[in-house]
Design a protein. Structure first.
Length: 173
């Protein structure tokens, strides 16, 4: 598995990955609460690549996962009692961590979180923050295993999609 910055040529494949994952979630337990055509969608990949914040995991040339690492928190983050005070230019925010359904439980998510932590340290970030839907137990366990600390539960304004509460996590680097 190789992790590298996504490029414009990856957008179609990322859009298919998002659709494949959402189709799988529709037929299985939908832990993140994602909805095909709503989130994640092609425009997320386009923005992540245009801003140079999207990274892909490739195996034998195929994209099997991706993550967006930027400095753009959700507005609800402002309410949280974070463990460290800092300008967001020194904090990574994890968005849209996805793994293709064919590679679930194959260590791709772990590889992406390890990568985020290593890159954060390399770039002298002070912390990594994220939000996760409160019922996404597999993701919560993964983040906690990597030393992310629970900070607070907030409403991100996604109640129209049945997603009322999100847990905020932080890992100080």
């Amino acid at each position: 598995m190789v992790i590298e910055k996504g490029v414009h040529a990856d957008i179609d494949e990322l859009a298919r990955l998002y659709d494949d994952l959402n189709d799988f979630l529709d037929s299985d337990i939908n832990h993140p609460g994602w909805i095909k055509g709503v989130y994640p969608v092609r425009q997320i990949a386009e923005a992540g690549i245009n801003e140079q914040h999207l990274y892909v995991v490739r195996q034998e040339g195929r994209i099997i996962g991706s993550i967006i690492l930027n400095h753009h928190p959700e507005p609800a983050y402002d309410q949280a009692p974070w463990g460290i005070e800092s300008d967001y230019s020194k904090i990574f925010v994890i968005h849209t961590l996805v793994v293709h359904p064919d590679f679930l439980k194959a260590g791709v998510g772990k590889k992406l979180i390890s990568f985020a932590c290593e890159l954060g340290k390399e770039l002298h970030m002070k912390a990594i923050r994220l939000d996760v839907y409160e019922n996404n137990i597999p993701a919560i366990k993964l983040y906690e295993k990597f030393g992310f600390n629970y900070i607070d539960t907030v409403d991100l304004g996604l109640g129209d999609y049945g997603l009322h509460k999100f847990r905020l996590y932080e890992k100080i680097l």
